[in-house]
Design a protein around this ligand. Structure first.
Ligand code: IPE
Ligand code: IPE
Ligand code: MG
Length: 247
């Protein structure tokens, strides 16, 4: 075990992002209501958070609720928000104890006041955590995030506080919700769907992608290990040639 951990410490996997998909199908296969799938999905979250801490991953981004998910039946939206509140209450102390810092990305203003308050409280209580940053994407859409950043930037420019000629990729990224985090090295999507579904559009420009048929509630340490093994065998070229990288 310690050998595995040492390997990972030396690995370049600093930021892992996951599109947690397949809760509904997991429930359907068992003739259960979709909520049962989401409940099992929340269990998978705690499992994977612990596993990532063990593997010394510094940043874990989880896509929990998209800007498009607002269009689901109100009963499902309410159930998901209820689960989120439950998760925050049950996990907050554990997060503090484990040194996990919680950070939320997405359009918070669309969330209910009680959810906004609970999130702000959890962020505040876990602020000192320096083992791992858990980034929860809630009411999050990549296009929405880029649009909000562009608007903020335009406002600053109009106010004369920003010189448009000085803008570059790095400067633009400081306006994104993720300004404090490095880009994801690896993006995993469960459940067999092979798409990005509006997650971290800007930040995944050079992330390695890994898709698995496993449904999110069934995703655990073994599946995560498989994904990381595949990632470790990839050569990230960032537009350069193989020869340049081997120099
Ligand atoms: C992912 O599971 C959780 C959320 C999007 C909130 P789904 O609910 O999308 O599950 P499927 O895709 O219907 O199986
Ligand atoms: C993506 O899953 C969003 C989350 C995992 C939170 P969806 O199930 O909403 O994505 P689509 O609709 O299949 O693209
Ligand atoms: Mg889905």
């Amino acid at each position: 075990m310690s050998e595995i951990i040492t390997d990972i410490v030396d690995s370049p996997l600093q930021h892992l992002a996951i599109i947690m998909d397949g809760n509904g199908r997991w429930a359907k296969q068992r003739k259960l209501p979709r909520l049962a799938g989401h409940q099992q999905g929340a269990e998978a979250v705690t499992r994977i958070v612990d596993e990532c801490v063990k593997r010394k991953i510094r940043y874990l981004s989880l896509f929990a609720f998209s800007s498009e998910n607002w269009g689901r039946p109100q009963s499902e939206v309410d159930a998901l928000m209820g689960l989120l509140l439950q998760f925050l209450v049950s996990q907050q102390q554990q997060m503090v104890a484990k040194g996990i810092r919680l950070q939320v990305i997405g359009d918070r203003l669309r969330l209910s006041e009680s959810v906004q308050l609970a999130l702000a409280d959890a962020e505040k209580k876990t602020v000192a955590g320096n083992t791992m940053t858990l980034i929860l994407a809630l009411s999050y859409g990549g296009r929405d995030e880029i649009m909000r950043a562009a608007k903020q930037m335009a406002q600053r420019a109009i106010a004369g506080e920003l010189d448009i000629n000085q803008l570059n990729n790095e400067k633009f990224a400081t306006f994104l919700d993720t300004s404090e985090f490095p880009d994801p090295d690896l993006l995993i999507r469960t459940s067999g769907e092979v798409r990005i579904s509006n997650f971290l559009l800007w930040q995944t420009a050079y992330s390695e992608l890994y898709f698995t048929d496993v449904l999110w509630p069934d995703f655990g340490a073994v599946e995560l290990g498989n994904a990381i093994d595949v990632y470790m065998c990839r050569q990230r070229r960032f537009g350069l040639t193989n020869e340049q990288l081997e120099e």
